[in-house]
Design a protein around this ligand. Sequence first.
Ligand code: FAD
Length: 532
Amino acid sequence: MNQDVDVAVVGAGFSGLYLLHRLRQAGLSAIGLETGDDVGGTWYWNRYPGARCDVPTTDYTFSFDPALEDAWTWSEKYATQPEILAYLRFVADRYDLRRSIRFATTVTTATWDDTAQRWQLGTSNGAPVSCRFYVMASGCLSAPKPPEIEGARDFAGPTYLTSRWPHEGVDFTGKRVAVIGTGSSGIQAIPLIAQQASHLTVFQRTPNFSIPALNGPAPAAAVATLERDRAGYRERARWSPVGMPRQRPAEYSWQLSEAERRERFERGWMSGELGGLSTAWADAVSDVDGNALLSEMIRGKIRDTVTDPATAEALCPQDHPFGSKRPCLDTGYYDTYNRPNVKLVDLRREPIATITRSGIRTAKADYDVDAIVFATGFDAMTGAMLAVHPMTGRGGIKLDDAWADGPKTYLGLTVAGFPNLFLVTGPGSPSVLANMAVAIEQHVDWIVDRITGMREAGQTTIEATETAQAGWSRHVADCTGLTLHRLANTWYTGANMRGKARGVMPYTGGLGAYRGICDEVVSRDMLGFRLG
Ligand code: FAD
């Protein structure tokens, strides 16, 4: 027996929760299907030591209901994973959302039935679901990248994936620990693991730029701005390039003296926000030359902090401009390499040959350890969507075939050949390049407004045309061509996954501009969509 609903929502993180709330408000029947056994998504799974947001929580928060904002106060500028999870649980309880969610349930297959004009979803638990609309709120950083290292299964001790961390926590006291990976998760976890472990060996393939978070209570200025005019601030955030209203500098690097650049850099470095450096001067993250000045100043900070010159040099990113790969925020990351119990292994000089029973063997040495932490990241943006396999659209077309040369979408929200399928923060939308709380609210509002609009118009299907999708893909690529993202091999481009098609996946044109385009599509009678 099927469970019949108007809308099926895959995932119960920020996106799934807000979707269920809005769908219910609109009088539609909806079910949430979630692999985890509770709400939270990212913040349910990523429980590694040091896990926090890197967008200030005064911004990384729902804004759809002022009463919700009144009811919750964040305790820190960058909240911890437990606090963000508590917030999402609070949201689920406040709007009574759990009763609409089937937990411990993975959507395994999805098939469009052109006769019934409905999706049929196979699930790992309970009845299959039949729905008119199928929304993938499955997360763009939710499918862990498996450690692709020979011998990973041979290791005799425990191994941990940062994105699947044990709920009861891990005690590394007295243990020799290896951390593989120095992306955002590794950089957050390494200082805390180093404090506990008897010895920590960090295996680094690509160094990342990281700046000090300078965490603490929510900054008084941010709180005062919100208290003065919260609605106005939230509206400015919605139309800003990255989902946070920030002052953009008028002066280009070449219009400033060296002393002025230094002064702005130091201010940005001490701002405790990623945006502090990217707005140091107008061409800081948009032009190679303006960026080179900034990147070199950050490398100077690394060299000033890390006492061993060889380690400092290995930690200095040289292969990508600052901002072209997601920069990190840290608490004591570079200082950690001055501890006597911490060693950095530069995998560009000595690649891992294999994992053995007792540890990690590189081209140069054997490193015996008691535990291995894989901070190896995600199959970003497409991983969770393609894990529903097969996902079959009109005429038997499969999503993995449609995306064989890289993901193609219209507005990052829909896929030609897949009627009534919506993606939240999908490839071709700003998603990970913006404050995702704001990006998610925009997507959810747009999707639910389309579904309710169709109901009022007596329409049952919506599908992007191939022409619109091709045009959007070209626009996404054109925007990328104007940014420095094209110069880096990153998870934005699929370069972290063996065999994944390459191309910058998020839309780099900015969230505010994107919102305007989505609104314009609607005002021009759903330009690029076929409605039936
Ligand atoms: P998720 O939170 O990823 O939730 C998706 C859910 O879908 C998951 O629970 C998953 O189990 C479920 N799911 C997937 N596939 C299936 C399936 N087939 N069947 C059933 N369930 C399925 N963003 C920011 O803007 N600012 C930050 O500071 C920030 N910090 C981050 C820190 C970390 C460590 C990580 C990993 C991400 C961070 N992000 C940040 C991005 C973050 O993912 C988003 O902000 C946001 O939480 C995404 O919410 P979501 O609901 O779209 O997806």
